[in-house]
Write a protein that binds this ligand. Structure first.
Ligand code: DAT
Ligand code: MG
Length: 132
């Protein structure tokens, strides 16, 4: 068993998709072990996405993720990081297969509905960052 950090982004919360997205993870077999509706301040968002801080889209990314409430979760299951990432789908929704969350609910890379940790190390880092 391992744990991952997943977050419904402001576009998903605004569109009323939190319940459906949580259900997708539960149906897959994950256990929800912690969750909260919250809003990231700029500093927290910049730390969360610090590995991207040299990218040209970094400013827009931080603007977007702080633009409204997010629904942050800790999910537990076998191979949690890999299983969550395959359910979430490719970063760019144009490449995300239908049946994945991004494939079904997103059309634009800059508002792609959901975040999921990409490694065990980052999962622990993000869980500690968002849930103390
Ligand atoms: P992922 O969210 O699939 O782990 P990532 O960590 O590489 O992808 O990037 C984090 C977020 O940054 C991503 O969900 C959306 C945004 N992003 C990535 N590439 C982008 C691009 N080329 N243009 C605009 N936003 C981008
Ligand atoms: Mg990432």
């Amino acid at each position: 068993m391992s744990r991952t950090f997943v977050m419904v982004k402001p576009d998903g919360v605004e569109r009323g998709l939190v319940g459906r997205i949580v259900a997708r993870f539960e149906e897959k077999g994950f256990t929800l072990v912690d969750a909260k509706l919250t809003r990231l301040d700029r500093k927290l968002a910049e730390i969360h996405y610090e590995h991207l801080n040299t990218k040209p889209f970094f400013g827009e990314l931080v603007d977007f993720i702080t633009s409204g409430p997010v629904f942050a979760m800790v999910l537990e299951g076998k191979d949690a990081i890999q299983n969550a990432r395959s359910l979430i789908g490719a970063t760019n929704p144009t490449e995300a297969t239908p049946g994945t969350i991004r494939g079904d609910y997103a059309i634009d890379v800059s508002s792609n509905i959901v975040h999921g940790s990409d490694s065990d190390e980052n999962a622990e880092r993000e869980i500690n960052l968002h849930f103390q």
